[in-house]
Design a protein around this ligand. Structure first.
Ligand code: ZN
Length: 127
């Protein structure tokens, strides 16, 4: 599984992850499709934790570190906020993946414990 939307500012220990301040802004015209995909896919791990937006807009992001997955990609729940409110881009490879699927979310019956376990493991990597 591949992931995005995990930034070094999410962790209290040093990591090799990119800084949220280095993510380019999105110029994509399919932003609504992307947002629907980020929100509509299954939640692999649901946390009730809340934290302030890393970019200082003042939003309290409830469930920020919950983990979403489509079985191929893993992203944090708060990725939706950073894309919708701050215009951060998603990786080009993820764009291609989503476009190939016309941004159709995976269905509920697809939910799979092994995939969710893998998504959790991927989400915890600090590299
Ligand atoms: Zn914000």
């Amino acid at each position: 599984m591949k992931r995005f939307g995990f930034y070094r500012e999410h962790f209290s220990v040093p990591t090799e992850l990119p800084s949220i301040h280095d993510i380019p802004l999105s110029l994509d015209s399919v932003i609504e499709d992307i947002l629907g995909y980020l929100e509509g896919n299954p939640t692999a791990v649901d946390y009730t934790e809340a934290s302030d937006c890393l970019l200082g807009c003042g939003a309290l992001l409830v469930g920020c570190s919950s983990v979403k997955t489509d079985g191929e990609w893993v992203w944090r729940h708060d990725t939706h906020h950073y894309v919708s409110e701050h215009g951060l881009s998603v990786p080009p490879e993820f764009m291609t993946w989503g476009e190939d699927r016309r941004w159709v979310v995976v269905r509920g019956e697809w939910e799979n414990v092994e995939i969710f376990d893998e998504a959790l493991a991927v989400s915890r990597s600090l590299e």
